[in-house]
Design a protein around this ligand. Structure first.
Ligand code: FPP
Length: 249
């Protein structure tokens, strides 16, 4: 029996965010190169997008390359950037066929021209997809994003396009790169570490966190369903009491 049968389709997380960790250790444990781990990691992204569509998840955000990852050896950065181009070009027809809309968040200006071009082309071609939105976080970090939003808000106030008294939580949300996405309901981190690593700090204020030791290349359909089932066991109170939540339901 698949764990898909245990999912309550009335309470599926609308948005799942994933910190895909463990590609390097997966490769090392097999005597392979780190780049082999990343290649296998792309195969997991494919499996998980399919699984998320089956579970009727509407948004899936994956942390593919952080701002801090620019400090990795140049050889690994080059391999990852090439891999993104290869995967995007190869997968675009299937994304189109399955109604997957691609989006990106992050400082795309820092990406090689070829990588950026392939991404923009795929974003454009898949813009009509309405089954699921796959968001790739690339050259992304939450502190970069929040600082950038603060700079843009200050600029808007300076140009008198925004009244300083009107700046509130919603204003910040509207200036983030995720402005058109709902906040994640569930954040998954694979690979055994239990930290957030500068990912969606503002947006995960009320997300449920799910940590697993499974390395990302080993994470597949059933692992995603298991995380959703665990999410559905949790009580989300958003600061209220259990009794209040019960009476609302
Ligand atoms: C973390 O594992 C993984 C990354 C930094 C890169 C993940 C990127 C991909 C799977 C490519 C995604 C691309 C597309 C187009 C979907 P790690 O290298 O930090 O592993 P370790 O902690 O075991 O060393």
């Amino acid at each position: 029996m698949s764990l898909l049968d245990k999912i309550d389709f009335g309470r599926v997380p609308a948005h799942i965010a994933i910190i895909m960790d463990g590609n390097g250790r997966w490769a090392k444990s097999r005597g392979l190169e780190r780049a082999d781990g990343h290649r296998e990691g792309v195969a997991s992204v494919r499996k998980v997008v399919e699984a998320a569509s089956k579970a009727k998840v509407k948004y899936l955000t994956v942390y593919a390359f952080s701002t801090e990852n620019w400090n990795r050896p140049q050889e690994e950065i080059d391999a990852l950037m090439e891999l993104v181009v290869y995967a995007i070009v190869k997968e675009t027809p299937d994304l189109l066929k399955n109604g997957v809309r691609l989006q990106c968040i992050g400082d795309l200006k820092r990406l090689p021209e070829k990588t950026c071009g392939a991404l923009l082309d795929c974003i454009d071609k898949t813009s009509g997809g309405d089954t699921i939105t796959l968001v790739l976080a690339l050259s992304y970090s939450s502190r970069w994003e929040i600082a950038e939003a603060a700079r843009q808000i200050a600029e808007a106030v300076n140009r008198q396009k925004l009244d300083i008294e009107a700046v509130c939580e919603n204003t910040v949300t509207e200036y983030l790169t995720t402005r058109n996405l709902p906040d994640p309901d569930l954040l998954i981190r694979t690979g055994g570490e239990q930290r957030i690593s500068n990912f969606l700090l503002w947006q995960t204020a009320y997300a449920e966190f799910y940590f697993t030791d499974t390395f990302w290349p080993n994470f597949g359909e059933e692992n995603l369903f298991e995380a959703i089932v665990e999410y559905q066991r949790r009580e989300r109170r958003f600061g209220k009491t259990s009794e209040q939540i019960e009476s609302e339901n």
